[in-house]
Design a protein around this ligand. Sequence first.
Ligand code: S3P
Length: 448
Amino acid sequence: MTHSGQPVPLAARKSQSLTGRVRVPGDKSISHRALILGALAVGQTRITGLLEGEDVLNTAKAMQALGAKVERQDRDGAVVWSVHGVGTGGFATPDAPLDFGNSGTGCRLVMGAVAGCPITATFDGDASLRSRPMRRILDPLELMGARVTSQSEGGRLPLALAGARDPLPVVYRTPVASAQIKSAVLLAGLSAPGITTVIESEASRDHTELMLKHFGADITSQREGSHGRRIALTGQPELHGADVVVPADPSSAAFPIVAALITGGSDIVLTDVMTNPLRTGLLTTLREMGASIEESETRADTGEPMAQLRVKASRLRGVEVPAERAPSMIDEYLVLAVAAAFAEGVTTMRGLQELRVKESDRLEATAAMLRVNGVKVEISGDDMMVEGLGHVPGGGLVATHMDHRIAMSALAMGCASDAPVKVDDTAFIATSFPDFVPMMRRLGADFS
Ligand code: S3P
């Protein structure tokens, strides 16, 4: 889905306090993977808790266009997504270009899956996705035998990818810590005979590995160096359909968490939040800053660990966030910068180069969001320094640049800033967290 409608502006005003208990929607990374693996498996996959955001719905449509049967079943409010897959390597040529809207993850993972099938598919997306680099995905897929038959300048969308008739297993060292690159290679490797190996020098989120195992693949993951991993997948497995329970998305939980920390008197509970250690860098950092975040009801019975989080308004102090933590909180720096602005002292975040190639240039966009609201920010190379003064003047209009996380970060900031924070367009929030505005209002946020 590509946004073509009018922008939807919104302002956040200082709230009394945020209180209550909520479950944020299902994890986006796991939702994409459940649909894609379900489509490549034999038999039925039943997914509960799937994120029904635009990004994931576009992946569901792509799976259907490639030959899988995808159905949403709603029995008295209990929603289950059912996928009947085509089997490894079994995708059919789609009739029309696949439109991934705003979603880099959907697009890049499906490129990997298509690369292992003897078909050609055209990939497209909105203006944000069309501006993002795809060479990082296409390079390893070409090594495995896929061919790019048409592309826009610099290997960007729209582009057509011809999958390999006889894919080759590779040993691939990812040039940057990226779960998207790793996952694309592994998904292509499903169709290759022999062992496909991905080596990463910093471990990125491992949902693809965990879910491949859950669907019956033979896959191992070993430590490599001080922070890395070596992942080895045996190709041509028979993947069988499986039940998937999608926990709540920690990257979506990040917004109410920070809003509650900075809004005086707040006390909220977030249920079923995924606590995979490769996703919890934000929680680690916030705790170092002095945040009160209690974990309880920890469970891991559904393949990924999850817990209930109780978050209370806290006095925060500036900290230094090391570069090696970046992969475990790559989507959370925007909202961390908001927490840093309310903290006392400087917060230094290092190694943020990957933020420049997300839904927007998040390094520049984060600095602009804070500066327009009276916060001092410095960017030096790939590092960002935010000067926290214990409060934020606010009063600014934030440009969202087609980026859902900028919109939600700015609105979280406005919950506690002295003057209201306005956002130029909230439409893109629907890509990952369609209920964000009503859920925040239920907690007590003053959005109008
Ligand atoms: C994702 C990986 C991350 C992240 C994105 C989701 C995934 O991107 O930013 O929102 O589900 O694999 P990179 O792996 O490119 O850093």
